[in-house]
Design a protein around this ligand. Structure first.
Ligand code: SF4
Length: 393
């Protein structure tokens, strides 16, 4: 979608209701699960307790079979199995990089595919999660930006990526085992395919499931949502999700940012910075991350570095410098290491942390900005595509 095209309503706020046929419990909020249980025969006065029990089986112990839910009566388990399913996306391919990074291609309803990347580091492990098939936007340095938006992911397909990775990492605890604080998957970044703020409700519900204290129990401080600058939704992120915020910033003038991040033509640098200055969750201990891809002779000059620190003055921030990761047909080159170091130096001397992100998983096309799936927007109408995912109006 070119930035000048009006961002149509159907992309921003899709009506959501429970799909026909066996209902997938994965991705339902506690309230929606309660409604679904009552609608399918669970006595109202028991429903809250049943939600608590089923929730723990699914999200604390990683159980996918109702019969294994031994604190529920056998007859009730059989009833549940008739009306509901516990499904996560199917893993189509799993690639492991020489540096340990894992990339999963997963298939979701309608046969669409998205990529998910797990990045192990010393003492932590980060999962890079996708929120759309393709992307609403067309950032020119990003491989996903060349893939037209096919559809938004449901909350189940977003949290399902976390569950699939936990399966692969063997991260589900033994049933009944005491709580173990060590985690292989300790952080989530919404930096995969898609603009998460153009799929707000599903992203919110999925992250609330990830943060729920009776399930996966990830702290909100270990979840980072990265936006290209959907200004009206930034405040909501603080109010309704409460996670950390990152911004695909990448340029210090509107002229250059219009080319790199076309949504800038809708909400320019000034509008974006105003929204960030008003972000309720920002503080010195919870800084906003400014992502800055280093593109040779495009946005990497000393003037750019000085302008960048001037622009973000007054915002508790850290700047992630991302050496550009090339992809087939990409129109840019990565800045030289010396140029990146010189740029980082200027920012650091201005008092900002300016870590240079180590490209991970390049050998399996898993590095930042390299994700793209083969799913093209077939000759199907948007209604058909959302109906497949049970998001139909
Ligand atoms: S950087 Fe993000 S918003 Fe921009 S095209 Fe890529 S996935 Fe979409």
């Amino acid at each position: 979608m070119s930035a000048s095209a009006p961002i149509t309503q159907d992309v921003m706020t899709l009506p959501r209701k429970l799909p026909e046929g066996p209902i997938n419990l994965v991705g339902l909020t506690r309230d929606a699960m309660r409604d679904a249980l009552i609608a399918n025969g669970t006595p109202e006065k028991q429903a809250k307790m049943r939600v608590g029990q089923i929730w723990q089986w699914i999200y604390q112990w990683g159980v996918r079979d109702f019969d294994a839910m031994t604190n529920l009566a056998k007859a009730y388990r059989a009833e549940l199995a008739e009306k509901f399913v516990i499904e996560v996306p199917e893993v189509v391919t799993r690639k492991v990089s020489e540096d340990g990074t894992r990339k999963y291609l997963v298939r979701i309803a309608g046969g669409h595919e998205v990529e998910v990347v797990y990045i192990p580091e010393e003492g932590r492990g980060t999962l890079c999660v996708s929120s759309q098939v393709g992307c609403t936007l067309t950032c020119s340095f990003c491989h996903t930006g060349t893939q037209k938006l096919v559809r938004n992911l449901t909350a189940g397909e977003i949290i399902g990526q976390v569950m699939v990775a936990r399966d692969d990492l063997g991260e589900w605890p033994e049933i009944g085992a005491p709580k173990d604080e060590t985690r292989l998957l300790s952080n989530i970044v919404l930096m995969g395919m898609g603009e998460p703020l153009y799929n707000f409700e599903n992203v919110r519900d999925a992250m609330k499931i990830a943060m729920d204290a009776e399930g996966i129990q990830l702290s909100r401080r270990r979840i980072t949502l990265s936006t290209s600058g959907v200004v009206p939704e930034i405040h909501r992120t603080a109010a309704e999700i409460g996670c950390q915020l990152a911004v695909s910033f990448h340029a210090t003038t509107d002229e250059v940012r219009n080319k790199l991040v076309p949504i800038n033509k809708r909400w320019n640098i000034e509008a974006l910075l105003d929204a960030l200055k008003a972000y309720p969750k920002v503080s010195n201990s919870e800084r906003i991350t400014f992502e800055y891809v280093m593109l040779k002779d495009v946005n990497d000059s000393d003037e750019d570095a000085h302008r960048l620190v001037k622009l973000i003055e007054g915002i508790p921030a850290k700047i992630n410098l991302i050496p550009f990761n090339e992809w087939p047909g990409s129109p840019y080159e990565r800045s030289s290491n010396n140029r990146i170091r010189a740029f980082a130096d200027i920012i650091y001397k201005a008092g900002y942390a300016s870590p240079i992100r180590t490209p991970r998983g390049e050998d399996i096309m898993a590095a930042c900005g390299q994700l793209k799936s083969a799913t093209e927007r077939a000759r199907k109408s948007r209604k058909q595509i959302e109906a497949e995912a049970g998001m139909g109006g």
